[in-house]
Design a binder for this molecule. Structure first.
Ligand code: APR
Length: 312
């Protein structure tokens, strides 16, 4: 089992460390436009692999050809949004980076499953799908697993018994328009909506939505350990054919009354990538919020399609 990680920054390198520590695959290739960074981190990770007596081998390369025979390609490459950048500016820059990478994935790892991580996530997943021409089941955006972990964290913080089993479900766009689902998130067998009063539910939703921004405030950069953990969960579900239900950004064609965008919904993940999409029963308000998030993404799809047309 081979995983290629494109972008050896904070998220890419942390993901690699997790793959090594948990021996999730046999080998990892780290590729970055800044080859010196990729080289330095690869050596550090090789030493970690030896220290941990891990069977996972780490290599670096400045040649995309070394992605050959990858089962999974994780794309974390991109530039972060600066204060003076609009969402469209960021989209324009990162879509160019995505284009360059996907050309190489098509050439050297045409059978791989692509996991997109770079932001703006839903749009990057849309772009990767369109640029690759891959089957839509094989292009998966990692957003909802991370948002779900943030929601579970917000729930656990409010429980007296921290050992209770918590599962949280967040769908929608990865960003301001995410939709934490109180009635589909559970503590044991009780839904969060049943367990907490309205005010606490509101706090849980707000904490989930601001989970990423809160970290940026302290770190001056975006999070990487929880994103890496979420990517690890996704890779493991694919490589171990776990048929696990995970919220991922996927291309919709009519599901939930939405078409032509990639957005977060629960899907079954296994060795074929997205193996099943069972629609969640949503109430009227939840469905409306999801559809509004999709409408917002549709506006960005116009920008992305313009780029795709010009670069065909
Ligand atoms: N090809 C390969 N690597 C590239 C390219 C490219 N064309 N352009 C940029 N990179 C690399 C950078 O050199 C850098 O090492 O992508 C890496 C990004 O790493 P960081 O800046 O540390 O960003 P990180 O925190 O890892 O986040 C990566 O994930 O969660 C999202 O919003 C986040 O979009 C961001 C992505």
């Amino acid at each position: 089992m081979k995983v290629s990680i494109i972008g050896a920054g904070n998220v890419g390198a942390s993901t690699c460390y997790l793959l090594v520590a948990k021996e999730i695959c046999e080998s990892v290739i780290l590729i970055d436009i800044n080859h010196s960074i990729a080289q330095g981190k690869a050596i550090d990770l090789q030493q970690a692999s030896v220290a941990l007596v891990s069977k996972t081998r780490v290599k670096t390369s400045n040649d995309y050809k070394d992605m050959e025979n990858s089962d999974v390609v994780v794309i974390t490459a991109g530039v972060p949004r600066r204060e003076d950048m609009s969402r469209e500016d960021l989209l324009g820059i990162n879509i160019k980076i995505m284009n360059e990478i996907v050309i190489n994935v098509k050439k050297f790892a045409p059978n791989a499953i692509i996991i997109t991580v770079s932001n703006p996530l839903d749009m990057m997943n849309y772009a990767a799908l369109k640029l690759s021409g891959f089957d839509k089941r094989k292009v998966i955006g990692m957003g909802g697993i991370l948002d779900g972990a943030r929601m579970a964290h917000a729930i656990i913080k409010r429980l007296k018994d921290k050992s209770e089993l918590v599962s949280a479900c967040v769908i929608g766009a990865h960003g301001e328009r995410m939709l934490p689902l109180l009635s589909h998130s559970f503590v044991g067998k009780k839904s969060v909506a049943e367990l907490f009063d309205k005010e606490t539910c509101k706090e849980i939703v707000n904490d989930t939505k601001s989970g990423g921004a809160r970290i940026i405030k302290f770190l001056q950069t975006s999070a990487y350990y929880a994103p890496a953990a979420a990517i690890g969960i996704l890779i493991e579900a694919i490589l171990k054919d776990k048929k696990e239900m995970l919220a991922c950004s996927v291309y919709l064609e009519g599901e939930y009354g939405i078409s032509g965008v990639s957005i977060g919904v629960p899907v079954i993940i296994g060795k074929g990538g997205i193996e099943e999409l069972k629609e969640l029963p949503l109430d009227e308000c939840e469905l409306k919020t999801l559809q509004e998030a999709a409408a917002d993404l549709k506006e960005q799809v116009i920008v992305a399609d313009k780029f795709l047309k010009e670069n065909r």
